[in-house]
Write a protein that binds this ligand. Structure first.
Ligand code: ADP
Ligand code: NI
Length: 228
């Protein structure tokens, strides 16, 4: 992060401290460690491709603030929380505007039901980084962690994967955890936008396919819905 000016550095540091504190009790697949991984991935992608690293860093740090999956009803929405915080640390308004735009458009579940919006290079980078953290070994770990957190079945060969008509149906699904691979994780490879993201996604995708094959073999099941 050495390419930042001293004032950018200060704002990034203050934002890190704010996010870290806010996520202390977060579900452990969407915690400070997830933010650190997304930040690292996003800065690595930004170094390879065109994109403002300062905007990328702030958006990566703030991207899961007030995630609808975890937000309490009395909490202000993500946009308001980000604007209030960045104003309080004197982040330039033009930067705040870009960060809010990215955070509002980064989510996979939001993309399920909204039409494609204009992609800025910084949005493409943060979105790819967040999605890469849903893939590969870490993606598998996060998914089973989330399934455990929701006390979902790991697999049930009688319940096939589905497509969700609304974001609410997706969030409130009670489907077995293994279905999430077909409903999201295996679709991510083809949704990558940056060249760097595509190349990392290819390896992580192959690892997930290998995992599924071993999983079914270990469990002595052969679900009808697999394409393996
Ligand atoms: P986003 O937060 O980007 O909108 P999701 O809501 O799909 O994306 O969730 C992020 C991560 O949370 C997933 O990649 C997965 O690890 C976990 N997760 C979300 N929904 C499920 C689910 N139904 N089963 C298992 N894991 C889930
Ligand atoms: Ni995220």
């Amino acid at each position: 992060m050495s390419s930042f000016t001293p004032s950018e550095h200060e704002i990034v540091d203050k934002t890190s401290a704010f996010v870290k504190n806010k996520l202390l009790f977060a579900e452990k697949g969407h915690d400070w460690l997830h933010i650190q991984r997304v930040l690292n991935l996003a800065l690595n992608i930004a170094a390879q491709e065109q994109g403002n690293a300062y905007v990328v860093a702030l958006a990566a740090l703030l991207h899961d603030i007030a995630d609808e999956k975890f937000k309490t009803p009395d909490e202000p929405d993500g946009k308001t929380q980000i604007q209030t915080f960045l104003n309080s640390i004197h982040c330039p308004a033009a930067v705040t505007k870009q960060v809010v735009f990215i955070v509002e458009n980064v989510s996979y579940k939001d993309q399920l039901t909204t039409t494609q919006q204009t992609l800025t290079p910084e949005l493409a980078i943060v979105r790819d980084a967040d999605r890469l953290d849903a893939m590969g070994a870490i993606g598998i770990a996060r998914t089973f962690h989330y399934g455990g957190y929701k006390n979902r079945e790991m697999y049930n060969t009688n319940i096939p994967p589905t497509t969700y008509a609304t974001k609410e149906a997706y969030i409130h699904s009670n489907a077995p955890t293994i279905n999430h691979f077909y409903e999201k994780l295996l679709l991510l490879k083809d949704l990558m936008i940056t060249e760097t993201g595509k190349s990392i996604a290819k390896q992580r995708h192959a690892f997930m396919l290998q995992f599924l094959e071993q999983f079914y073999s270990d469990c002595s099941i052969s679900p009808k819905f697999t394409t393996l």
